[in-house]
Design a protein around this ligand. Structure first.
Ligand code: NDP
Length: 296
């Protein structure tokens, strides 16, 4: 019997714990604050940002939103970041990706105060993660780590294939998996668009984590029986629906489910965990910056 992992349920459990920590901070006079910055007219990015703001409001984190037109200069974004870095009510800053082509992404990430970098993308925080001393683990990989633990999937000694090597998902995921301790100790293979014979790699994996952004590219024929399948992909494909599209993952759910021991759906799998871990990092940031201790 295949377990379909319920990301909403696990996300809600984590959020409950974060909400309790928020209450503790508020009772000590500290209201956690998250600033989101959107420099894009892209509908999907707008949706992601508003979901993040809504999730903050629901548990008492104060949300600040800044919209910058996609045709403004990079300087406009830098000065917004500078203001947020200096604002004591803002503990976390999230600049929604992707950015317009004329804005240098690396400079943007480096401009954010590393203490407020709740995405965990600043080089200082990436370095700490690699060194095994993470301050803010990137939200999606951290959420997957929590999800595996909650589902009772042990990573120690397992062969894990991560499909994708992006800075936000694939690389930090692989880094977490090779750390010492619970949620790590895995033998990790990172695949990408130049990987030769991907199916050979995925068929030999105990756990497959798909983060390629290619609709339904991994199907049941590429998996062995008993695999745990985590589908990070969120892809809009044309469909005869009211919106004209539907969301599918990087995994062909129906055929993969035939082989998998446990599998995440899209939507309702990894997505809710990403948001829960953003709340987690924001509350952690408020604790670190205020000196008020919480038990996260
Ligand atoms: P990127 O486009 O930044 O990276 C995709 C990676 O997949 C690259 O490393 C690329 O290889 C690799 N890849 C592309 N095609 C193939 C292929 N045919 N075979 C093997 N590898 C391939 O994407 P992201 O990491 O930002 O996101 C991945 C997916 O996850 C997207 O669908 C995104 O929407 C979703 N996402 C979901 C989140 C959630 O909360 N559920 C959060 C973040 C992302 P190469 O490096 O060689 O180009």
């Amino acid at each position: 019997m295949t377990t379909v992992i319920d990301g909403n349920e696990i996300g809600d459990q984590i959020t409950e714990g974060v909400a309790a920590c928020t209450d503790t901070l508020v009772s000590e006079g500290v209201t956690p604050g998250l600033a989101t910055v959107l420099m894009s007219d892209d509908g999907a990015s707008e949706t992601y940002v508003s979901m993040k703001q809504r999730a903050c409001n629901e548990i008492g984190i104060e949300g600040f939103h800044h919209q910058i037109s996609a045709d403004e200069s990079a300087e406009a974004l830098f000065s917004t970041i500078d203001e947020l870095n200096a604002d004591p009510a803002v503990h976390g800053i999230l600049v929604q990706m992707p950015l317009p082509d004329h804005v240098p992404k690396r400079d943007v990430l480096e401009r954010i105060d590393p203490m407020k970098d709740v995405d965990g993308f600043h080089p200082e925080n990436v370095g700490r993660l690699v060194a095994g001393n993470a301050r803010y683990k990137p939200c999606t990989p951290h959420g997957i780590q929590k999800m595996l633990a909650e589902t009772g999937v042990v990573t120690e000694g397992k062969d894990v294939v991560v499909v994708g090597r992006s800075d936000i998902v694939g690389k930090p995921m692989a880094n977490l998996l090779i750390q010492y301790g619970p949620g790590g100790n895995a033998t990790t293979t990172v695949c990408h668009s130049r990987t030769d014979d991907l199916a050979d790699k995925t068929r030999n994996a105990d756990i497959v984590i798909a983060a390629a952004g290619v609709p339904e590219m991994i199907d049941g024929s590429m998996l062995s029986a008993g695999t745990t399948v985590i589908d990070v992909g969120i892809n809009r494909v044309d469909a005869d629906t009211e919106k004209g599209y539907e969301l599918v993952g990087d995994v062909d759910f129906e055929s993969a489910k035939e082989k998998a021991d446990a599998i995440t759906p899209v939507p309702g799998g990894v997505g809710p965990l990403t948001i829960a871990m953003l709340l987690y990092n924001t509350v952690k940031a408020a604790s670190l910056q205020s000196g008020v201790d919480i038990r996260l």
